[in-house]
Write a protein that binds this ligand. Structure first.
Ligand code: SAM
Length: 321
């Protein structure tokens, strides 16, 4: 199971690369102007290039998947990426006076947002956590690519001490507590990110993870993005998704039908102040008209109804404590 879950990162990366290749990302309005991300496309191309020398097999898998993305998937990747970037950026801007703010990306996979963030916010310590094999692969790629390595060595003295790549099985409570206690500070304002990660954990393990993290850090926000199965009797989205994943990949999403609505998903963070939206809410209400026109100009989107169904089944939660 661990291997299949790790491989879900190839989907996330290929979706991001597809959205970049078609021009959905970077968004000038959100990522460049608001979040000050520069060289977004270039850093992803560098990563893909170095991935090839680390594993030709994974590279060609990702490259193939990237060619086969549909417009609805590109919209989804765009929405998920920019809305998480904005949440992170807003928190960091409002905490710029703190000496240390930390970001803990749980199940980071090949996510590269640490690169612009480390550069833009000199008070940030960024901790990427994933399974051992995933971390080793990411480390190899970052180490052997000069441009990426240099981008992470953002301090004047060339030290990379604000970025940590750490392996940990988040299903293992003791290991998680030990890892977090050793590598983070419990007093610093903290952003926890779980982007498509809790959905692969079973209910007990994900509850433990949430409880442990909220216990360790005095104050922070948790940004979580996941699919939800749907709570209406006639809604077959989650059931179909589960059975497709099981059949095609032997992959389980154990809590998809437990936390199947915005309300039930929010209940996981009962002691926090929670804001939650589904991605269709975000698309309809938070993306300016000019940006929607830009997206429409990139590819012809025939399947608006399909986009709506998909995006009402993904949520972005911000829990503050
Ligand atoms: N968050 C990244 C993104 O959105 O681009 C990667 C998402 S990928 C769908 C899920 C990631 O979570 C994989 O890299 C996987 O290895 C990691 N993951 C899932 N369960 C985990 C666990 N128990 N411990 C550590 N990593 C885990």
């Amino acid at each position: 199971m661990e291997k299949v879950v790790q491989q879900t990162d190839y989907d996330a990366l290929s979706c991001r690369l597809a959205a970049i290749s078609k021009g959905y990302l970077p968004s000038v309005a959100f990522q460049v102007q608001r979040c000050n991300y520069h060289g977004y496309k270039e850093m992803h191309m560098e990563y893909l290039h170095s991935l090839k020398s680390v594993s030709r097999r994974i590279h060609s898998k990702i490259f193939r998947a990237m060619q086969n993305s549909f417009p609805v998937m590109n919209y989804g990747t765009y929405l998920r990426t920019v809305s998480i970037d904005i949440q992170i950026n807003d928190f960091l801007k409002s905490h710029s006076k703190f000496q240390n703010v930390q970001i803990i990306n749980l199940g980071c996979g090949s996510d590269l947002r640490m690169i612009p963030i480390i550069k833009n916010f000199t008070n940030v310590t960024y901790i990427d956590i994933d399974y051992k094999d995933s971390i080793e692969m990411k480390r190899k790629i970052l180490d052997q690519n000069r441009a990426l390595k240099k981008a992470l060595e953002s301090d004047d003295d060339g030290e990379t001490n604000r970025y940590k790549l750490i392996s940990c099985d988040l299903n293992d409570e003791a290991q998680t507590v030990r890892t977090l206690s050793e590598s983070t500070s419990s007093d610093s304002p903290t952003i926890v990110i779980s982007e498509c990660v809790l959905c692969y954990m079973d209910d007990h393990a994900s509850k433990q993870l949430i409880s442990v993290v909220l216990d360790i850090y005095k104050t922070g926000i948790w940004i979580s993005y996941d699919p939800i199965g749907g709570s209406k009797f006639s809604d077959r989205f989650g059931i179909i998704m589960q059975s497709n994943l099981r059949e095609s990949r032997h992959l389980e999403m154990p809590t998809l039908m437990i936390y199947n609505s915005k309300e039930t998903y929010s209940s996981r963070f009962a002691n926090c102040n929670v804001e939650i939206k589904d991605m269709w809410d975000i698309f309809e209400n938070d993306i300016p008209k000019e940006e929607i026109s830009r997206l429409k100009s990139l590819q012809f989107l025939d399947e608006v109804e399909e986009l709506k169904i998909m995006q009402t089944h993904y949520v972005l939660l911000k829990a503050s404590w």
